[in-house]
Design a protein around this ligand. Sequence first.
Ligand SMILES: Cc1ncc(C[n+]2csc(CCOP(=O)(O)OP(=O)(O)O)c2C)c(N)n1
Ligand SMILES: [Mg+2]
Length: 659
Amino acid sequence: MQPTDRRLANAIRALAMDAVEAANSGHPGMPMGMADAATALFTRHMKFDASDPHWPDRDRFILSAGHGSMLIYSLLYLTGYARPTLDDIKHFRQLGSPTAGHPENFELPGVEVTTGPLGQGVAMAVGMAIAERHLNAVYGDELVDHRTFVIAGDGDLMEGVNHEAVGLAGHLKLGRLIVLWDDNEITIDGSTDLSRNEDVIERYRAGQWHTAECDGLDADDVDRAIRESLADPRPSLIRCKTIIGFGAPDKQGTAATHGAALGADEVAKAKVELGLAPKDFFVPDDVLEAWREVGRKGASAHADWQKRLDSSGKKDEFVSRISGKVGDAWLKPYLDKLLAELKPVATRKASEMALEAINAALPATIGGSADLTGSNNTKTKALEPLTGENYGGRYIYYGIREFGMAAAMNGMALHGGVIPYGGTFLVFTDYARPAIRLSALQRARVIYVMTHDSIGLGEDGPTHQPIEHLQSLRAMPQLMVYRPADAVETAECWALALQSEEPSILALTRQNLPPVRTKSVPENLSARGAYRLKPAENNRRVIILATGSEVEIALGAAARLEQQGIGADVVSMPCTERFDAQPSDYREDVLPDGGVLRVSIEAGTTFGWERYTGLHGLRIGIDRFGVSAPAPAAYDYFGLTPDKAAIRITDFMKTRGIQ
Ligand SMILES: Cc1ncc(C[n+]2csc(CCOP(=O)(O)OP(=O)(O)O)c2C)c(N)n1
Ligand SMILES: [Mg+2]
């Protein structure tokens, strides 16, 4: 006899309680409250094949309420994914176990995205749903026809990014996105009455979503609400009324079950209450077998899909597209053309020029901007807008939603098959930063086109002028920060970003820059992170390191030093992370130890530049907020001109007694 839905759900509850108990750490309340809803979703709706977590046409499931990680670990184990094993679950939250505190996409293939920072799961799901619709427009129903399901908590819906995600999804009519809201009226501090009185349902409705309500503890009722939602063309929010910690007799319905082990007594009582055996990590055979059958069910749909792919005539293209590998065949012809007609150009414009070649060569790119298209130069001529009426478009008007844009791009990148890039001003990376951090943590290939990268943006003044941004972004692991000096470096950095496994930030100027790279070379010099752009002519006594727009200033200062008989190398450093990864002999050649004064010039904080100048070097930069003035006046005011830099360097040499 088929076990009841409640018995299937109780297996989740048992594993969640026991794993949290064993770790003496974790969140049992959420998995216990949503076990029935998750059972309805996985047994009756989710299209997946546990034997192949990478099947491209699988439905995507995102546990936005990542603290309830035992919910997804239980589901993956029960349905028969290779990992986590029961042993992995017994090692919940332990060093080296893939059952990390919060679900990590790089630990378990069945985990689509990393969640835990509340709100971002829903926002990434929006990106997944965009990617699905876009690829559907390109490849048709035969190859791309899946849905994105989310389980989200009160916290996910309170976060600011939720408003951005709801607005974007409603506008783009992402009808294949279904969010199940765990409406348990509890957060860490206690009742949601402490902090919320908005009508969540009305807010979603205002955002052009379909909404449904159900008893989240009744799998049949959840199933009904999901079916209703599937039939509606709008994105759906399903309000699942639940009880946090359901089944724990003395603690259910209270914040006490949110984020702590229930305690042995309460677990024992809960097992009695739920009709479970008193054993730890125990799943009855018939229950496990029923779950395993659920995990196998998708195999036939998978096989049918494979047949359609094999006979589609598009197999190689599709497989290569999903693999995400891209070449850089566009680069050389583009550079040849560029070098033949050199002229001063802002690197944001140079980025647009490179994108014309990239977007023509790589159909996987999807561009966009948070309402700064004309400033970020992100839209190339042939790109059509991606809209609710035309998902085949490749340009997204994200609106003024930097965080929502970045999170959506994470979802798109992790969905696969598309390479998202999107722009705003560099200073507003602060608005997108939590999602940039998740790009990095998840190794999502997202390319951030961040223009107006210094005081060089001029008159908009200190609120718009990045100061600490470059260095603070460089401090983030697994994020490549590129600051190209001219059009050639901009193209090189684009090529690197596209081929990288990490997310990248391109920091680009508003103002024109003269070409500093004027000759064709066989190598992508930016790949080294830093390279000697101009060697000293006189006996080398100074090495000037500069990035982006300050490379021009470094060259001018070096010329003045050379006139005084002081030999000066100029090193262009478009990417410190790449330089750090070079072999030591290369780094030693570019920045030899001892005897030579090292100077950095960057129109931003000097914080951290001692990493390359050494403590006895000279750091030229801006250690305060900017000024509202035309760019040349601002540069002059901060001493960032060839003359002023050269004088600072020679003065510094004199006071330090450097001959
Ligand atoms: C951005 C962010 N802020 C704070 C937290 C810490 N935190 C984790 S869960 C939680 C409460 C979430 O409440 P709810 O979504 O209702 O989850 P439930 O207690 O119902 O399981 C908080 C504040 C977090 N994970 N992410
Ligand atoms: Mg809650």
